[in-house]
Design a protein around this ligand. Structure first.
Ligand code: AMP
Length: 500
């Protein structure tokens, strides 16, 4: 049976560049799913709102009412796209899945907005994915050769096609069959055959949690999305675990070969919301611990004020201030009505963005030796501007402290980082970066210090307890596509293509 599909796409299509130009897919997202509530779409909209920090480019919800799949997808933020009762009313169903998409470059086209949906032989299949598949191009080329017709440039669509061609019997088996072929970091939520599925990659690089409200089961990237709807946290979905939820309850299985757990350590540093818990640990507390370790490793003699680069630097700056005894103050004020600096696609706008976003709180920094705390330096744009701004506001000295080790490598598992050549720390030494951002001193937390701060005795160099590839260059999952060095048309095997 094929379910009719009511799809409403409200935003105009925008194509800024060749979708195949990039050397990797750009997906960095938040996912949410509900089974067993007549408020499924409302819960999903609220959940996505709580997960907005994981993706601001586009959002979508697909709901299932027992007969129909109902969908609404659009470019932009959750509160602008799902604020109307008429939109929610259209998303009828006791099951729903939703997605926030984040992309710093690549194609912000509507056809890439998730959840992806297809009418397969067993009926409708909707899927939402947070993460990045490292062999998606390779699989895509094979699928295209075998006749699959791709509609988007998103790696998530590869999963749809793999499920479509799988010869396994049940939908759960077909999803397992599909995901056994993909590599990378992923948390997947799917809806098909009156079931909702949640799946975490074998290493658990991307997070996924299970919650409960009344009789309804909830899946979400982070616990803050459970809090917003008043759902109870049940547990983290384990690395390599798949849960199947339907009217009979919840079934769990571990279909993959057992692998080492490798949660992305950058979730603790920057990406997750501080009020979330991940693997039982408070993200906020981890950030404060990192700041405290940073203070012990790299104190600043004669410092008079610790100032966070808001908002992401706040918890670690509090930790730094507490551990060092140097007073904490908001010496920089952030305008909250601008998106994250990093997401603006061109350098020109990115530069402008920093000024739009932050202003020095002159009275508190004038004449002082300031310790600035931020979570990371990527291209160095933010640090350079902030140091300049704080100096212009009268600071006597500006010392930069970073609550992550130097970012030297790109992430291929779902955190969007520029290519290595654009990463300041892969090109320059700490001293050179210090000169570049014009600070009086610069220090990063050591990788061992980072591991201690998140509760380990240090980094187990033979078997790191987390994925820290962006700091160490040790990638836990094979980079199949990247190793092939494909670009442009080579990715799809197509010489000509429609950019629209
Ligand atoms: P940059 O200005 O290029 O050095 O970027 C550093 C700033 O971007 C820091 O203030 C971080 O809070 C933020 N940042 C770091 N990594 C990411 C990421 N993957 N996505 C969005 N923002 C990020």
């Amino acid at each position: 049976m094929t379910f009719p599909f009511d799809q409403d796409l409200i935003s105009p299509q925008i194509h800024t560049k060749d979708p195949y130009e990039d050397d990797k897919f750009h997906e960095e997202c938040g996912v949410f799913g509900v089974y067993g509530s007549e408020d499924a779409a409302t819960f999903t909209a609220l959940g996505l709102h709580a997960l907005q920090h994981r993706g601001q480019e586009a959002c979508g919800i697909v709901a299932y009412d027992g007969t129909h799949f109902n969908s609404h997808k659009a470019l932009g933020l959750v509160d602008t796209n799902f604020n109307k009762a008429s939109v929610i009313a259209k998303l009828k169903g006791h099951a729903a899945i939703g997605h926030n998409r984040y992309s710093t470059s690549g194609e912000p086209a509507l056809r890439n907005v998730q959840p992806m949906y297809a009418d397969l032989d067993f009926g409708g299949f909707a899927v939402a994915h947070n993460g990045n598949l490292t062999n998606a191009h390779t699989l895509r080329r094979e699928l295209v050769k075998r006749g699959s017709i791709f509609q988007s440039t998103s790696d998530t669509e590869t999963i749809v096609h793999l499920v479509a061609v799988s010869r396994k019997k049940t939908i759960a088996e077909r999803l397992i069959d599909a995901t056994k072929q993909v590599k990378g970091g992923y948390a997947i939520i799917a809806c098909a055959g009156d079931q909702v599925f949640g799946l975490r990659d074998p290493n658990g690089i991307r997070p996924l949690v299970l919650g409960k409200i009344g009789d309804a089961h909830i899946l979400a990237s982070e616990t803050c999305a459970l809090d917003i709807i008043g759902a109870d946290f049940v547990r983290d979905i384990q690395p390599g675990e798949m849960v199947t939820i339907d009217d009979k309850g919840i079934v769990t299985q571990f279909p993959f070969k057992k692998a080492e757990s490798k949660l992305c350590i950058f979730e603790y540093i920057y990406f997750a919301r501080p009020d979330s818990f991940m693997d039982g640990k408070s993200v906020y507390e981890m950030r404060k611990n990192i700041g405290a370790h940073l203070a012990l490793e790299s104190p600043v003699q004669g410092a008079e004020i610790v100032v966070p680069v808001p908002d992401s630097g706040v918890p670690s700056a509090i930790g730094y201030a507490n551990a060092s005894g140097v007073p904490f103050d908001l010496g920089i004020i952030r305008n909250h009505y601008v998106g994250r600096t990093f997401i603006e696609p061109t350098d020109k706008i990115r530069h402008l963005g920093v000024r739009l976003k932050h202003n020095a709180n002159r009275k508190f920094i004038e004449g002082k030796s300031v310790v600035l705390v931020d979570d990371s330096i990527v291209r160095g744009t933010t640090s350079r501007k902030i140091v300049e701004m704080v100096r212009a506001a009268g600071a006597r000295e500006v010392h930069m402290r970073i609550s992550s080790p130097p970012t030297i490598k790109s992430c291929f598992y779902g955190i969007d980082t520029p290519s290595s050549s654009e990463l300041l720390a892969s090109q320059k030494s700490v001293q050179e970066i210090c000169e570049h951002i014009k600070a009086d001193s610069l220090a990063y937390i050591s990788i061992d210090g980072l591991y201690k701060a998140v509760g380990e005795t240090g980094r187990n160099n033979k078997k790191p307890q987390y994925c820290d590839a962006c700091f160490s260059g040790q990638y836990p999952v094979e980079l199949t596509d990247h190793a092939k060095n494909w670009t442009g048309a080579e990715i799809t095997g197509l010489k000509e293509r429609n950019k629209a």
